[in-house]
Write a protein that binds this ligand. Sequence first.
Ligand code: FUB
Length: 335
Amino acid sequence: MSSLYLFSLKASILLGMANLFNGSYTSKSHQPLSDTVINAEGNPIIKHKYTADPGAMVYKGKVYLYTGHDEAPKAQARYVMHDWLCFSSPDMVTWTEHSIPLKVTDFAWAKDDAWASQVIERNGKFYWYVAIEHKTIHGKAIGVAVADSPIGPFKDARGSAIITNDMTTEAKISWDDIDPSVFIDDDGQAYLFWGNTTAHYAKLKSNMIELDGPIKTVKGLPRYTEAPWIHKRNGWYYLSYASEFPEKICYAMSRNINGPWQYKGIINEIAGNSNTNHQAIINFKGKDYFIYHNGALTPDAGSYHRSVCIDYLYYNPDGTIKRVMMTTEGVKKVK
Ligand code: FUB
């Protein structure tokens, strides 16, 4: 590693810290000078900017972590979120921060609010599903961007939202169409799950940018608030979600993606100093990880200045999930 590189890395981190603590982050000032390497020992894993709503994907020996980005001016109790961030790691501790790959302004039809998201790979293309405020159709919406690389650049894949608030009428709120989670089953069928107060799901066509059938409601998720995440292990489907408010993460299991879902309990308790909790669950190099956010980087206003953390996830022999122990030490490097 050259001394010039080390100097620019240190300068970038110091600039970032200064911006973070005087609360003056803007989308321009925090763009990494180049791909910046972060040795993330302990939780939260990213300390030079606020990160929230993690989505994660394993691809070719690396974990790609996609997050929202809290930028509220210091002590302001509201979401200010204009773009999404991308980090990658070969070992869960050494993270490279990539240039900002996706912003609200990349969707011409969107107004603001870069809320929760998830990326998935299909046939060498990367699809990024995002929750966002629509400019002309009242309420939140879901958009999808596409790229040829997991670190982008991403561009709007449709030129329009895939889900708008007027497509779902069960929940009488304008923010029910948020928090997309996407899943491709072993038979190649893709599904989109999403929703606040009501959990919706629909099949996706193999092009990943159009629905393939009606929007359905997931039943059997007690005290469901938001943040669905679907994963599969040993023939079991797991649907984890944020429950109540302040939020803890609960889950249900099923042998069929269409249900019936059987509620199994809490995975993660209320995460310190944050009224929301939002999870991604992955297996990487033989270990299971629970990726979430808390408000541990800031003594006050934590709910709007959140930070991504990673702890281990453990299953019981019958496939149920043990409650996560949130730690400040975080996880160790995995080979
Ligand atoms: O970050 C904005 C919203 O807060 C997300 O969409 C929800 O999951 C909650 O974390």
